[in-house]
Design a protein around this ligand. Sequence first.
Ligand code: DGJ
Length: 749
Amino acid sequence: MNDNFQMIKVNDLTKEFHLTNGKISYLFRVIQNNGQLEHLYFGKSMRHRDHFDYLTEREVRPSNNQFEGDHTSSMEHIKQEYPTFGATDFRHPAQQIRYPKGDRITDFRYEQHKSYHGKPALTGLPATYVEDSTEAETLEIILQDTYSELKLHLFYTVFADYSAIARSAKYVNHGAETFSLEAAMSASIDFPDKNFELVHLNGAWARENQMERTPIITGTQSVSSARGASSHVHNPFMALVRPDTTEHHGEVYGFSLIYSGNFLAQVEIDTYQVTRAMIGINPFEFSWQLKPQEVFQTPEAVMVYAEHGLNDMSQTFHNLYRKRLARGEWRDKERPILVNNWEATYFDFNEEKILDIAKTGAELGMELFVLDDGWFGERHDDTSSLGDWFENRDKLPDGIKGLSTKVKQLNIKFGLWFEPEMICKDTKLFQEHPDWIMQVPGKSVSHGRNQFVLDFSRQEVVDHIFEQMDAILVDGNVDYIKWDMNRYISEAYSLALPAEQQGEVYHRYILGVYRLYERLIEKYPHILFESCAGGGARFDPGMLYYAPQAWASDDTDAVERLKIQYGTSLVYPLSSMGSHVSAVPNHQVGRMTSLEMRTNVAYFGTFGYELDITLLSDEEKEQVKRDIVFFKKHRKLFQQGQFIRLSSPFTSNETAWMVVSEDQSEAIVGYYEVLAKPNRPYERLVLKGLAEDKLYRINDSDVSRFGDDLMQIGLLFGENFIGKASEYWAKEKIKDFNSKLFHLKAITE
Ligand code: DGJ
């Protein structure tokens, strides 16, 4: 059986399923006496055996048991794959279904399994994919509820090249009654011990993705969102790490949800030290009426096992998400160096000013001009006009078409900002469709940044916004769209849904967002999308499927960005990370940093500028030109190389990271010192990811070092570090917010 499959191994007799690609193993079985699924192992790859009976642990413990006379049939003490509540397991379940009678006791038993070469798509949802059926194998386990005609399909994909398992669940109602889904997680797993710490990313507007690591207590801990977006506050990600795990050493289990709405990532340690980890749509504020013959598909969860620390986990996420989650024409292309007018002008611009910026950008070597907020309706500040997507002719007399033509004559591409999901009350759109706002009838509706949320759960709303955007795009010559979303959803309620379906609103909303993206991409495949939500409030894997890059934060200060970009890199590749050089004093924190520092931080991302470049001095312009030449020369390395974190801004005054080319012939190291130090001690920076026996020339100097030497001893930051005392950078400029790049080029093979 299953001979055809290299990575899915099935022991038919014992009903054991072993997914392994030589790097990782994922093992579970069907429990003989109740047909439910028991988790056996997830971690470093194990050799296959014709049975794994020895991994089944049963104890007689004080508890409730499923079968009379049997004292080991408590589901509370069995490690599970997709647990249910109430039939002897008292922990948080992966699924809850309310039956027409009002109870929630399910009993899903193994019915059959199917194996596929490749990976089936998830209808209406973003997901990882393969381009060739040899890249992955997928196992589908079909379970039948003994109390109803509900079926549960659990999908497991193992990839040939990635240490990751992708999971999702699908509920199918083959019966004649409606069931209420109240929890439908994407993945759940029970680990046999509690020897973990929790790593997650939290934040707020302008300080996204702050990395936090905490011990886990016996009990339940979680990160989540109930804001209608994955949010600034928590990212849909968590990692369980061993206490001795570091960036480069130790075991890590990473969980990431490919979804942009409300999520829950939860860890529960029980009294027998079993750790249950689960991730999926947040059950809080969720329910779904599963009507006869209907299907509910959960989003996809990606579980990564890494043997060698957090960097190891990140590299799996980076590679998988860059190559097999992001899609389209732009996926593998080097991204254009853009100049965005937001921090240059805010709402105060006219065509002349815009053309001035675009012209200067083109002269300096920039490749894309992006017109941000304020070009439509009567949008002169943030109180007005969202939803009226037609040009303001006072600002742009020839409209978007006229402007983009003029911009392109300057030899620079043209990009445009939209905030499609929002509406202001002074608009034509609101006059015509006041019922399109999310609102509870007869109750007050809260604004966020003076705007209201369009009910994207309704197809006619999505269609109407598509038509408005299409009218601009159809002959607007637009190369890039920045899709923004600047508030959370409160009073979530759709006037188009009956009372019992209001629990579906958040999920239906995000499905509507995905549908609009899909339609635009289909019609305009050449457009590069950048997602944005007041900075990084939707920097999530769901968005990356549609928009291969995302604006990481409205905080453009170089020092703040060290933390934001370091944290974001836990899951997301540099090719997805919007990072710009902005003006000083910085608009968010007032800090003065050098152009060099700002540039050296922004290089590690998609790279661009967001300041009034027409105001730069001649000297600064020359510097910017040189920086752009440098970036273009190394752009592939920055955006497609392997990114390695070396020193954390969350624990140190010095941040360091590097990118290494796939063939290890080239690397660039970024080193940043926040506060200057007097009378410095000896300092070294140990590098990673180089080829041990390659000799690397450093910064085009006559100093060269072998890879093993650089990974053992490290770069020496002393006087002679590049051979000439006069080039000792720390002595040249001892000051705060200092930075230095090191370019390493292999001389001999
Ligand atoms: C929030 C975004 O993050 C900014 O970059 C900018 O586009 C503003 N919105 C415009 O309103």
